[in-house]
Design a protein around this ligand. Structure first.
Ligand SMILES: *Cc1c(COP(=O)(O)O)cnc(C)c1O
Length: 413
């Protein structure tokens, strides 16, 4: 594989390890379990620690198996560099630890993964103020900006109600104001969408979901796309300004997020995620096809009050999703009519499994208000558009006809 030739998404992932030195001819990146790394002599060790020579210091800040995965994700996102973390939440947490200080302000989409919503409440108690806005319209984001706004945070397709953020316009706004734009790409994955295209400076991916794709490893990643000018960010420590400016943000985040807080990805998990990533495009193609077929069947069923899936013409941001994404994703949610008990319905499903995860090979379903959004209470749920009967579906790899039939047969006669 030569540097000059541009290959397709899967070809690039499959052959990315072989761009670097090949250990013992291994076709797959080995799992390096060593926590510490020794060098030729004590002087070289010192030189690695001082950053004068490249090399690994201690497993918390870097590991060869994890680095290989970081390079793969950088390639998928078309970015400059990536840092992996133990989970997706650790990746978002590292942004907070690395970049925000008391007195700062964040503008976030109000339509968010529940735990990210909870994180914004946590930082709110630590002196960072957060405005939660309807990011399907850039005007709401613009109205919330203040002098202290350091970053704008949105999800591509919001989990679980599938609202699509107006990302091109938000990206343009952030660029004009010198504000860091962060996109959580978990729901689309870099196969369906590259946030770099709309000017996002940092991209979050939960590797636990579509990228790993088999429900067998937790992981998270933060990718610098190269779109943000770090010389405009006020809190980069003098220490990290010694490197070229495009590296400032990630150097500080790696130091604060990994070295100081330690939510590092282990090499075994990195290996599972890297193997899973090789089939991501194939899996997503099947899942998107099935998700659309399922959404269409549900929309036509008289027991269903509403279906939320960006691939349906009835979705409020269908046109926006069509413009932005290669396809509409593997996540959908729907509301049953009041006469159908959502627990009874879920219990009649034969294939879809009640569980909290996304992007597994198996189709998973969860009654959102009673589980993942339970703690926040009815009032906040209502504000986020979460109906009490809302069922979230993460579409897996089952044959399309089998899965659609499973959701149909579970309806009352
Ligand atoms: C799951 C998820 C996360 C968090 O990822 P974990 O790996 O579970 O910590 C963040 N954002 C979105 C949109 C998610 O779905």
């Amino acid at each position: 594989m030569t540097e000059a030739k541009k290959y397709g998404f899967t070809t690039t992932i499959l052959h990315s390890d072989r761009q670097k030195s090949i250990e013992h001819g291994s076709l797959h990146k080995p799992i390096h379990t060593s926590v510490a790394f020794g060098y030729k002599d004590a002087r070289q060790l010192a030189s690695v620690f001082q950053g004068k020579e490249s090399g690994y210091r201690y497993g918390r800040q870097g590991n060869p198996t994890v680095s290989a995965l970081e390079d793969k994700i950088t390639g998928m996102e078309g970015g400059l560099s990536t840092i992996c973390f133990a989970t997706g939440m650790a990746a978002i947490g590292a942004v907070v630890q690395g970049l925000l200080r008391a007195g700062d302000h964040v503008v976030s989409s109000a339509f968010l993964f529940g735990n990210t919503n909870s994180l914004w409440q946590t930082v709110g108690a630590q002196g960072v103020s957060v405005s939660m806005v309807d990011a399907t319209d850039v005007a709401n984001v613009e109205a919330a900006l203040t002098e202290a706004t350091r970053l704008v945070f949105v999800e591509t397709i919001a989990n679980p109600r599938t609202q699509v953020a107006d990302m091109q316009r938000i990206g343009d706004l952030c660029r004009a104001r010198g504000i860091l734009f962060i996109v959580d790409n978990t729901m689309t994955s870099p196969y369906l969408f590259q946030p770099k295209r709309v000017g996002a400076g940092l991209v979050v991916n939960s590797l636990t979901k579509s990228i790993g794709g088999h429900g067998n490893a937790l992981g998270g990643a933060l990718t610098d796309t190269g779109e943000y000018d770090w010389t405009r960010y006020p809190h980069i420590a003098a220490n990290y300004r010694r490197n070229p400016a495009p590296q400032w943000g990630m150097t500080q985040i790696r130091a604060k997020g990994l070295r100081d807080f330690g939510a590092s990805l282990g090499p075994e998990a990195a290996h599972k995620i890297a193997v899973g990533a090789e089939t991501m495009a194939l899996r997503q193609q099947r899942e998107c096809t099935t998700a659309l077929a399922l959404a269409q069947m549900l929309e036509a069923d008289p027991h269903v009050a509403a279906v939320h899936y960006p691939g349906l013409a009835s979705h409020p941001q269908h046109a926006l999703a069509t413009e932005l994404f290669r396809s509409y994703g593997s996540l959908l949610s729907f509301e049953l009519r009041p006469e159908v008990d959502c627990f009874d319905y879920l219990n009649r499903l034969q294939l879809a499994i009640p569980a909290s995860n996304l992007g597994d090979t198996r189709t998973l379903v969860i009654p959102v208000a009673h589980t993942i959004f339970y703690e926040m209470g009815a009032e906040r749920r209502a504000a986020m558009g979460i109906a009490e009967s809302l069922i979230r579906v993460s579409v897996g790899l089952e044959d399309t006809a089998d899965l659609v039939e499973d959701f149909r047969q579970a309806m009352p006669d």
